[in-house]
Design a protein around this ligand. Structure first.
Ligand code: FAD
Length: 410
């Protein structure tokens, strides 16, 4: 019979292929990806791949594993059309691939500023390994960098560039850093920390002209005049890659632009599944749909989709978890924030300085819904099993660093 086919050989695609084998599927698995590389991990691309003398190995499916597993990896091929009724995929070289079940793991593309299309001299976007290698080389000869976008990605790149000795400016449109993901306490602390590391930070920045000029890039800011830099990185978000799904008539969520899936990663078309950054998954706790752009979500949905493709049940996913490394701190979080959520603080957030270990607990209706840990990943882990559940301890106890995390997370 026709094989199981995965479109997109990134984090979710690779992990789904691996999971199909781990779940005992012995039949043919085809993994099609349009990048020239074998599947690789993206989180190091804005961190060690840019910073380290010896960039780390980011390969997700090493050659010996591929050979032994019999997964058919087809890099450098692009799927241009999905025919869900006939269960066929059309490729850019004219070939047609039939499938028994198909997983869309197509991720997302960087959001592009129309005035600075990719390829503009001195302008970088970061999504792929090739992007990272170009940026890595450029950071080694430039003296100054202008980062547009104070989100996780922009801040990680700014942090890395400062560590490499560049003069760094970050422009963020919003009034705060990570304003939607983090409470104001963390946004303020992070802004002070970036500044303490020598980053020039412009919040609420509406650059009126971000233009290539001879030898670099220039931006005009209402409050700071004209800024010039040798290099620009634009990190203003991602657009989910859903063209195949949309053209095939699959349900797309208007709110977040992702391919709508149920808790088993099934799309609205029979035999078609979706996972990772391109999917709008159903949160079992709230019944709402969310599109998450995270390493853990890609891995979890890959595992769940693989089981569903084989007609098997899967354990529900653990609470959403995300991390970022910047300005010498490791920041991790569980769950999601919401505007106006009340937080309990454990530890200190000294202005601009490394707080050592610190945590924040977002509590809503007596339940813990969001936990943020600075340099305290081990303590955060203890709260995985209690997220979303009524708090067993007094909320004040969370703020007492004298009480071990394990004791609170019961
Ligand atoms: P991707 O990994 O993007 O893979 C999708 C693949 O599908 C791509 O290779 C794409 O080219 C291919 N494709 C698309 N369309 C087609 C088609 N029609 N035919 C064939 N192939 C196609 N997350 C964290 O939790 N923590 C971090 O610190 C972190 N850091 C990050 C740093 C960077 C620089 C980036 C870019 C991401 C980071 N992330 C981080 C996010 C995380 O890497 C993503 O959430 C994850 O890669 C999503 O996996 P995916 O498989 O859905 O998409």
């Amino acid at each position: 019979s026709a094989p199981l086919v995965i479109v997109g050989a990134g984090q979710a695609g690779a992990m789904a292929a691996r999971a199909l084998r781990e779940l005992g599927h012995a039949g043919k698995v085809v993994l099609i990806g349009d990048e020239p590389h074998a599947p690789y991990e993206r989180p190091p691309l804005s961190k060690a791949v840019l910073a380290d003398e010896q960039p780390p190995d980011v390969n997700l499916l090493p050659e010996p594993f591929l050979a032994q597993s019999g997964i058919v990896l087809q890099p450098g091929r692009r799927v241009v059309r999905l025919d869900a009724a006939r269960r066929e995929l059309h490729l850019d070289d004219g070939a047609v691939q039939a499938y028994r079940a198909c997983l869309l793991a197509t991720g997302g593309d960087v959001r592009v500023l129309p005035a600075l299309p990719p390829g503009t001299p001195g302008v970088h976007y970061l999504r792929t390994l090739d992007d990272a290698q170009r940026l890595r080389a450029a950071l080694r000869t430039a003296r100054s960098l202008l980062v547009t976008g104070g989100g996780f990605l922009g801040l990680e790149i700014a942090s890395t560039a400062r560590a490499l000795g560049l003069d760094v400016t970050v422009m963020e449109l919003g009034p705060a850093l990570l304003g939607r993901a983090m409470p104001p306490e963390v946004s303020r602390w992070l802004a002070a920390r970036a500044r303490a590391h020598g980053v020039r930070l412009h919040l609420g920045a509406q650059p009126s002209g971000l233009v290539p000029v001879a030898g670099g890039i220039a931006a005009t800011l209402a409050d700071a005049g004209v800024l010039r830099a040798d290099l620009a990185v634009v990190a203003v978000g991602q657009v989910p890659n859903v063209a195949l799904a949309r053209e095939a008539g699959l349900l797309i969520d208007a709110g977040n632009g992702g391919i709508r899936v149920d808790e088993r990663c099934r799309t609205s078309a029979e035999g078609v599944y979706a996972a990772g950054d391109c999917a709008s998954g159903r949160d079992a706790a709230t019944g709402t749909h969310r599109r998450l752009e995270s390493w853990q979500n890609a891995n979890e949905q890959a595992r769940i989709a693989a089981a569903a493709m084989l007609g098997q049940d899967a354990e529900p996913p653990p609470p959403p978890w995300f991390w970022t490394d910047q300005f010498g701190c490791n920041i991790q979080m569980l769950g999601h924030g919401a505007p106006g959520l009340a937080y309990r603080l454990r530890g200190q957030f000294p202005e601009g300085r490394d707080p050592g270990k610190a945590m924040l607990f977002g509590i809503e209706g007596g339940r813990l819904v969001h936990v943020i840990a600075i340099n305290a990943g081990g303590d955060l882990r203890a709260f995985r099993s209690v997220l979303g559940r009524p708090l067993a301890c007094a909320p004040e106890a969370l703020a007492d660093p004298g009480i071990p995390a394990k004791q609170l997370a019961r």
